[in-house]
Write a protein that binds this ligand. Structure first.
Ligand SMILES: *[C@@H]1O[C@H](CO)[C@@H](O)[C@H](O)[C@H]1NC(C)=O
Length: 909
C-alpha cells in the first residue's frame, strides 16, 4: 500500500515520475532531542558506578545497586544466565515516578534461566561463569566484559556512554522573582516540536542507552528494517545518520539509507571467522543505533591481527539509544552465526509452519477492480499455463475504506467470487488496516465509541488522524477488551462474504497516520493502562497481528493462519509474513530485496519477500523478468503494484517474456517441497530459511560483504541479477575446491573456488545446488500449489567430492494443525553413499500420504552405472531403469514408484 495520500496527489499532479523520499518529513538524530542527548555524551569514564557492597548472588542472577554518581539516583542492576549461552543484562529504576515499560510480546515467554557461578569477587569487580562463558562486571567505572571460553568477545559500556534518564518532575520554569532558571538541559527534553507537530512529553526525558563493543569482530549485521547493505555501515563519519528503528510509513523510500522503515528488529550480530556474538536490545520505543564497522575503516589491519593473533582495537561497535523503557539486553554468545541466531530464536520464537499454498505465487495489485477482474485474471493465468495460488484485494474492495465490509457494487457477491476462485484451488487475501473510519452508522466505529476501544489523546479524548478513509481513529490493541472484540470480527458469521479460504493482510500498522508527526501517531497518545504511545510504538503492529492470528484460529482451528503485515517488531515471526513495503520499479530495489530479507531472516523473520516488479512506477520487461527470476529465491513470492501503474500480469507480455516468467514460476513450484521442509526445520530449530553466506561459511572472510547471493537452507545458492543489459555476471561460489556447486538448469559442476564469470542471458536462471545435498522437488507443472499435494517427488541428489549427499523431506496434510496436535507428518532423511540411496524416518510419526518417488536424478554421478535395484518392505527388490544425460552430468533413475512413507534403498550397480 502507498502512504501519504496528499503526497500521492501532489506527486501525481506536479512531479509525475520523480521518485524520491521527502527526507524533510522525517527526523534526523540532530532533530530528535533524546538522540541528540545520548549521542552528545562525551566518551570517557562512565558516570555510573556499581555498588558491589549491595551485591546479591542468586542461583542464576547477580543483582546490585547501580548509582548515577552525578545525581545520586539508585538503579537496580541484574545479570542473569539464560539457557543456551545467553546473558541478560537489565537496569531499571528502583522507584520510578512512572512505571518503566517493557515490551509485552517480543519474547515468546519468560526466558529460561540457568546456573551462574561466581568465579572471583573483590571490591572492584565480580566475575561469573555460566557454561563456557564468563562475565567480568566492574564497579567503577561501570563496565562488563563478556568472554567466550577465554576470548574477550564483547564489552558493554567500555566507552562510558551508558545512560539511564530517571523520571523526575519538571523543574519550575520561573522562580518566585519570575526569573528564568539556568538549565543546561537540551531544549527538547521536556517538550519538542517537529514541523507543525508538538510533542508534549508529559513525563519528561526518559532515555536509555549504552555502547557495546565487539573486540575482534570484522563485521556487524542486523537491525532490520533498512534499505541498506546487509553489513551495517559506520555511522557518524561522513554524516551518515545512525540506524533508526521507528516503524514508519516512508513514502518512496530510498536505497542505501539508515532511515527508519516499517519494521524494527533491534538485534545485531558481530561477526568474524573467529566467532559471532549477538545483542538483542529489548526495547519498543524509538531507537537509534550508531555503528562502527571495521569494513569502513582499516579492514586489513583487523584481518592481519586476526591471523597474527594480536589484539585488535575494538573496531566493531554499536551504541544503542532509546527514548524510553528500561535497559534490557540479551548477549547472545554464539560462538557461530548459527548459534547466535538460534539463541535469538529461543528468546523471540519462530514462525509456525505455514500452509503449503502460501509458498506459491501471489498476485496482488492496488486494485483488482471488481469480481470479474479477479475472475479474469485467474482465467488468464490458467489460459497461459502460469501457476498462481493467491489473488489479493487491496483497500478498494471495501465499502468506502470501512474494513470488514465489501463494496456493494464492485464486490456484491464476494461469496460467489471466492467460491469461483477456490474451485480452481486458489485462495484470496484481503486487506484489513488498523485505522477505523469515523463514520456514523459504521458498525465498527459505533462499537468502538460505545465500548471505548480507541487510542486516546493525552487529554483522554479519542485520537483522530487521517488515513485512507479520511478521518479515522485507531483501535487500541493494548486493551484486552478491544483485543477480544477484534478477534471476533474475523469470524465467518461476522465478516460476511468471507470463507475459510480467505486470509488477511494487515497493512498501515506502523501505524500510518497521514497527518501525524512523521506520518505516524503522536508519541503522547495514550493506550490502555496509561501507556504512552512513545513507549510502545515499535510494538504496535505486533499488537494488531496477534488478535488477527488468534481471530483466524478462532474462525477455523483446522487451517493455519496466513497474515501479511507491513509493520513488524521482534517476535512478529510467530504470527506473520512480512514484505519490504512500498518499493519501486528500479534495479536498485530489486538488488535490495536480497539483503533486506536476509537481514530480516537473521532477525528471526524468515518469511519475507519484496513486491515483484516494484510497487511504484512501471518496470520495463527486462527488470520485470529479472525480478520474477530472483524473487523465486525469497520465501514470500508476491507481485504487487501501485494503482497508477500499468497492468503487468505476466500473461500481458509477449511470448518470450511469458515463457521466461513461466520458467521462473515453475522453478519456484518445483522447489516447494524444499521450502516447506525448510519452514518445518525453522519451526523446530530456529534456523533461518534463507541465509547469508557468512552463516554457512563463517570461516570465509571473502563472503562477509556479499549482498547479491543467498542460500536457501544449506542446499541452494541463488544470485540476484540487478543490472540491465548484461550478458555475463560474477558469482562467488564458497567452500573451496572440495565444495561442489551444480548449475540448477544444466547441472554443470563448479568447484567452490571463488569468483566465476558466467553467462547471464535473460533466459538464464542462475542458482546452484550444493554438492552433498539432496533436494526434494515436485516437477509436474500445476496451476496451483494446492493441486500438488499428491504429486510424486523427484529427488535431486547433488554429489559432493566424496560422491555422497544427504537431505531431508517434510510433509503432512499441508494445511492443518494435525502435524502438531496428532503428529500426522513424515520427516524423512535421505542419504547417498557408496552408490546407494537410502531413506529413513527421522521422527516416529506417520501420515497416510499418497506421495511417491517418481525419479532420482544424480548430479555428478559415478561413471559406469548399468542399472539400479530398489528394495523396500512392500515392493521387495525391483530392478529400475537408469540413464545418463547431458554428457554424463546426471544419471536418472526412473520410476522407483515407492511410497515416501516407507523406508527404501536404491543401489546403483
Ligand atoms: C463465478 O463464475 C461463473 C462461471 O464462470 C461466472 O458466470 C460468474 O460471473 C462468477 N461470479 C463471480 C461473482 O465471480
Amino acid at each position: 500500500m502507498a502512504s501519504n495520500s496528499w503526497f500521492t496527489l501532489f506527486l501525481l499532479v506536479f512531479v509525475l515520475s520523480v521518485f524520491a523520499v521527502d527526507k524533510n518529513n522525517f527526523k534526523t538524530c540532530e532533530q530528535s532531542s533524546f538522540c541528540r542527548r545520548l549521542r552528545g555524551i562525551t566518551e570517557g569514564e562512565s558516570k555510573y558506578m556499581l555498588d558491589l557492597e549491595t551485591l546479591q548472588v542468586g542461583e542464576d542472577t547477580i543483582e546490585a545497586k547501580l548509582i548515577n554518581v552525578e545525581a545520586d539516583i539508585p538503579f537496580k542492576f541484574s545479570l542473569t544466565a539464560i539457557s543456551g549461552n545467553i546473558f541478560r543484562l537489565q537496569v531499571d529504576e528502583v522507584s520510578p515516578l512512572y512505571p518503566r515499560y517493557r515490551p509485552q510480546n517480543a519474547l515468546k515467554g519468560e526466558p529460561q534461566v540457568t546456573k551462574l557461578e561466581v568465579l572471583d569477587r573483590n571490591k572492584e569487580s565480580i566475575t561469573v561463569r555460566s557454561g563456557n562463558n564468563k562475565v567480568a562486571v566492574y564497579s567503577k567505572p561501570f563496565k562488563l566484559e563478556f568472554f567466550e571460553k577465554e576470548q574477550l568477545v564483547s564489552v558493554v559500556n567500555g566507552r562510558g556512554l551508558f545512560k539511564f534518564e530517571h523520571y523526575r518532575s519538571k523543574p519550575k520554569e520561573n522562580d518566585e522573582e519570575g526569573e528564568a532558571q539556568q538549565t543546561d538541559e537540551d531544549p527538547g527534553a521536556w517538550e519538542e516540536n517537529f514541523k507543525s507537530h508538538h510533542d508534549s512529553k508529559p513525563r519528561g526525558p526518559s532515555a536509555v542507552g549504552v555502547d557495546v563493543a565487539f573486540p575482534g569482530a570484522i563485521r556487524i549485521y542486523g537491525l532490520p528494517e533498512h534499505a541498506d547493505s546487509l553489513a551495517l555501515r559506520t555511522t557518524g563519519s561522513g554524516g551518515l545518520e545512525p540506524y533508526r528503528l521507528y516503524n514508519l510509513d516512508v513514502f518512496e523510500y530510498e536505497m542505501d539509507s539508515t532511515m527508519a522503515l516499517y519494521g524494527a528488529v533491534p538485534v545485531v550480530y558481530a561477526h568474524s571467522p573467529k566467532g559471532t556474538v549477538g545483542v538483542f536490545w529489548h526495547n519498543s520505543a524509538e531507537t537509534w543505533v550508531d555503528i562502527k564497522n571495521s569494513k569502513d575503516g582499516n579492514v586489513m589491519s583487523s584481518i592481519v591481527n586476526l591471523v597474527s593473533g594480536t589484539k585488535t582495537d575494538n573496531s566493531v561497535e554499536a551504541h544503542f539509544m532509546s527514548e524510553s523503557g528500561v535497559i534490557d539486553m540479551f548477549v547472545l554468545m554464539g560462538p557461530k552465526p548459527k548459534d547466535a541466531i538460534r539463541q535469538y530464536a529461543s528468546l523471540t520464537g519462530v514462525a509456525p509452519l505455514p500452509q503449503f499454498y502460501t509458498l506459491g505465487y501471489h498476485q496482488c495489485r492496488w486494485n483488482y477492480n471488481d469480481e470479474d477482474d479477479v475472475t479474469n485474471v485467474v482465467e488468464n493465468f490458467d489460459a497461459h499455463d502460469l501457476p498462481v495460488d493467491v489473488m489479493w484485494l487491496d483497500i478498494e474492495y471495501t465499502d468506502g475504506k470501512k474494513y470488514f465490509t465489501w463494496d456493494p457494487i464492485k464486490f456484491a457477491h464476494p461469496d460467489v467470487m471466492i467460491n469461483n476462485l477456490t474451485a480452481t484451488g486458489r485462495k484470496l487475501v484481503i486487506i484489513i488496516d488498523p485505522h477505523i473510519k469515523r463514520e456514523a452508522g459504521y458498525f465498527l466505529h459505533e462499537d468502538a465509541l460505545a465500548n471505548d476501544y480507541y487510542v486516546k489523546n493525552k487529554d483522554g479524548s479519542v485520537y483522530e488522524g487521517w488515513c485512507w478513509p479520511g478521518s479515522s481513529s485507531y483501535l487500541d490493541f493494548y486493551d484486552p477488551k478491544t483485543v477480544d472484540y477484534y478477534k471476533g470480527l474475523y469470524a465467518l458469521d461476522k465478516f460476511k462474504g468471507t470463507t475459510h479460504d480467505v486470509y488477511i493482510w494487515n497493512d498501515m500498522n506502523e501505524p500510518s497516520v497521514f497527518n501525524g508527526p512523521e506520518v505516524t501517531m503522536p508519541k503522547d497518545c495514550v493506550h490502555f493502562g496509561g501507556l504512552e504511545h512513545r513507549e510502545v510504538h515499535n510494538e504496535f503492529a505486533l499488537k494488531q497481528v496477534i488478535p488477527t492470528y488468534e481471530g483466524l484460529i478462532q474462525r477455523s482451528n483446522h487451517r493455519r493462519p496466513f497474515i501479511l503485515s507491513r509493520g513488524h517488531f521482534s517476535g512478529s515471526q510467530r504470527y506473520v509474513t512480512i514484505w519490504t513495503g512500498d518499493n519501486a520499479a528500479e534495479w536498485s530495489h530489486l538488488a535490495a530485496s536480497f539483503p533486506m530479507c536476509l537481514s530480516e531472516a537473521i532477525g528471526g523473520i524468515s518469511f519475507c519477500g519484496a513486491d515483484i516488479g516494484g510497487f511504484f512506477n512501471n518496470p520495463d520487461t527486462e527488470l520485470l523478468q529479472r525480478w520474477y527470476q530472483a524473487g523465486i529465491w525469497l520465501p514470500f513470492y508476491r507481485a504487487h503494484a501501485h494503482i497508477d501503474t500499468r497492468r503487468r500480469e505476466p500473461y500481458l507480455f509477449n511470448e518470450d517474456v511469458r515463457n521466461r516468467i513461466r520458467t521462473a514460476l515453475r522453478l519456484r513450484y518445483a522447489h516447494l517441497p524444499l521450502w516447506y521442509t525448510l519452514f518445518w526445520e525453522h519451526e523446530i530449530t530456529g534456523d533461518p530459511v534463507i541465509r547469508p553466506l557468512f552463516y554457512q561459511y563463517p570461516d570465509d572472510a571473502n563472503v562477509v560483504d556479499i549482498d547479491k547471493e543467498l542460500l536457501v537452507g544449506s542446499s541452494i545458492l541463488a544470485l540476484v541479477i540487478s543490472e540491465p543489459g548484461i550478458s555475463t555476471t560474477n558469482v562467488y561460489l564458497p567452500g573451496g575446491f572440495s565444495e561442489y556447486w551444480y548449475d540448477i538448469e544444466d547441472f554443470k559442476l563448479y568447484p567452490g573456488t571463488g569468483v566465476y564469470n558466467l553467462p547471464a542471458s535473460l533466459d538464464k536462471n542462475i542458482a546452484f545446488y550444493r554438492g552433498g545435498s539432496i533436494i526434494p522437488r515436485k516437477d509436474r507443472p500445476r496451476r496451483a500449489a494446492s493441486l500438488m499435494h499428491n504429486d510424486p517427488f523427484s529427488l535431486y541428489v547433488a554429489l559432493d567430492s566424496k560422491k555422497s549427499a544427504s537431505g531431508t523431506l517434510y510433509l503432512d496434510d499441508y494445511q492443518s494443525f494435525e502435524y502438531k496436535n496428532n503428529k500426522k507428518y513424515l520427516y524423512i532423511h535421505f542419504d547417498f553413499k557408496e552408490n546407494t540411496l537410502t531413506s529413513k524416518l527421522i521422527d516416529k510419526t506417520d501420515y497416510p500420504t499418497k506421495e511417491w518417488i517418481e525419479r532420482v536424478v544424480i548430479l555428478g554421478p559415478p561413471s559406469g552405472i548399468k542399472g539400479a535395484k530398489l528394495t523396500s518392505k512392500s515392493l521387495g527388490t525391483v530392478e529400475l531403469e537408469t540413464s545418463y544425460d547431458g554428457e554424463e552430468r546426471t544419471l536418472t533413475v526412473r520410476k522407483p514408484g515407492v511410497s515416501v512413507r516407507e523406508p527404501f534403498s536404491i543401489k546403483l550397480y
